[in-house]
Design a protein around this ligand. Structure first.
Ligand code: GLN
Length: 282
């Protein structure tokens, strides 16, 4: 980074180079995010006034964020928030950072033929991302969300308050604290990574909670737990939709079939990988 005070444009170039050299994929975009976050403006504003010099304090703040990022800290945690389905969600080290991939699960859920006033459950809600996106699109649906971590519950509730979306969130280790009621739609992006997956020691995954990422000994345990009581949890015709790894579609289809779900179907994500499976109770 050159010394002295930089203009916004100069800072962007210098930051991009440093991020690039550190192996960050979207170096340019990440540099923009940091500067936009500092100025509380959008990118159009950055490029409208690139020649404006940064104040000392601003440059110091940016330098400290950049250092954190170069040390690997997820960008979302530095910003303290992340966008999902057009909603800005507060994020924290207690949960998984919402992924754009998971928007596919939301999209597929919204495409189902489901009655108005449907009862929906999001298992392992984390930031509340899935539940909040669904509530935003279907205000007449009653949306419940659980997470086994109290910090996640508090975060999801806070996000719901901030977005003024009326969902119910409580603490439950999968089904344990969920009262015996049935749902029209059950959604989950559970931990599904195999414990030996090398991705766990790369990128953001190094920092995110293992409990939100690793699905037991073979990556599939959470799906078994979810499916175990599924016949008592879905109404007739009710759907289960889960996100899973690109190489788990066959195993998930078997588990859905074992759980006596019908119409088992796997959908691809935006990159063309088989990542979301659905099935319904007959
Ligand atoms: N999709 C995430 C990843 O690969 C994993 C999410 C999960 O385990 N639920 O980074």
């Amino acid at each position: 980074m050159p010394s002295g005070l930089l203009t916004r444009g100069e800072w962007l170039v210098a930051a991009r180079l440093q991020l690039q050299n550190a192996g960050v994929d979207n170096a340019h975009q990440e540099a923009e995010y940091l500067l936009c976050h500092l100025l509380q403006k959008n990118t159009a504003y950055l490029y409208a006034y690139p020649e404006v010099a940064l104040a000392t304090q601003q440059q110091t703040q940016l330098a400290s964020w950049l250092a954190e990022r170069l040390a690997g800290k997820p960008l979302a945690w530095i910003l303290g928030e992340w966008d999902f389905w057009g909603l800005t969600l507060e994020v924290s080290p207690a949960t998984l950072i919402p992924r754009a991939d998971t928007e596919r699960l939301v999209e597929l859920a919204l495409a189902l033929a489901i009655q108005s006033k449907a009862k929906v459950l999001d298992l392992g809600t984390g930031t509340g991302a899935i539940a909040l996106a669904i509530k935003k699109e279907r205000p007449d649906w009653q949306v419940d969300a659980v997470d086994f971590k109290l910090d996640a519950v508090n975060l999801a509730r806070k996000n719901a308050r901030q977005l003024q979306l009326d969902i119910r969130v409580w603490q439950s280790d999968w089904w344990q604290q969920i009262p015996p009621k049935t749902y029209d739609l059950i959604l989950s992006n559970p931990p599904y990574i195999h414990p030996q997956d090398p991705h766990l020691i790369q990128g953001d995954l190094r920092f995110e909670p293992q409990t939100a990422l690793v699905g037991g000994n073979d990556g599939l345990q959470a799906f078994r737990d979810l499916l175990e009581p599924i016949q008592h949890r879905l109404v007739k015709g009710g759907y289960l939709l889960v996100e899973h790894g690109f190489d788990q579609a066959t195993a998930i289809a078997e588990l859905f079939t074992l759980g006596k779900l019908y119409g088992v179907q796997c959908h691809t994500d935006y990159a063309g990988q088989p990542r979301v499976t659905q099935g319904y109770k007959l």
